[in-house]
Design a protein around this ligand. Sequence first.
Ligand SMILES: C[S@@+](CC[C@H](N)C(=O)[O-])C[C@H]1O[C@@H](n2cnc3c(N)ncnc32)[C@H](O)[C@@H]1O
Length: 271
Amino acid sequence: MALEKFLEQDNDTILKQDRDVIESNIAKALEADRNGRKGYFIDSSLEKYKTFVTNPYNSYQDMVEEKLRQNGKCRVLEIGCGNGYAAHEIVEMFGNDVDYHVLNISEPDYRKGINWVEADMDRFISNSTYDIIFSANGIIYGHNDYLNFFKFANALGDHGLFVFNFDWTNAIGVEKHNRFYDFMECQLLDALYASGMSGYCENAMGRRIYLGRKDTKRPLNPEKILNMARKLSHDKRSSYVSRFGEDQKWISYGRSWTSGLRNLYNIGTAG
Ligand SMILES: C[S@@+](CC[C@H](N)C(=O)[O-])C[C@H]1O[C@@H](n2cnc3c(N)ncnc32)[C@H](O)[C@@H]1O
């Protein structure tokens, strides 16, 4: 189901959560974690996390460093941290200046200095704001990607960064209400931009990575943004350019793109 089909549905269908399915997904994830996280590919190290970060950053720690430079401290939320090794490396590297929270079905193995705030991302409600929300092969295990996108984006502090990959490997058979794959396209990015959330997607050799920054203090309104994306899609308008041809709508500036994020944000909006 691509964006057009996704947008053809009514708002209620898109925004619906399904509690029973979420319970069953949690049971599957718990079972996988109990069995040594069998089925997943787990290697939560900073070295591996490099491949989940996109331009203009070279690494996960780059983003943390930037926030520390800007704010003097950095509050991070990692969704689906696996054994927690990368989290542990960040905390070791930056010490108390980083307040590191994780969401993971089971308690991470490496947990010194790490705050395991809740098991399930679908039921999580944030009562704090984050400078960085990051997920490597984690947020894709949520039930309703559309709702989760907005929930986490709205948990960002001023100029907070949201980075996650959404190439889909359903290793444990979770049931999805909808997927990033179906809506992370040009018109949604435009609609987000118009509401103060700048960002883009990269197709890094098959890995789809989203990088966004929330430059508004106002909460993003999913319904309003959905309706705007619907209108842009209907009018076949988008300010973003795809480098992948007409029917490949992923946006990529490639690893060779050297301008800063600021320039990407200046691309403008449709409308
Ligand atoms: C494929 S692993 C990725 C782990 C780590 N980020 C890495 O790249 O090595 C997925 C992780 O997501 C977590 N997870 C699965 N479903 C979840 C849910 N509903 N809420 C929170 N975490 C979840 C699992 O506990 C697991 O640690």
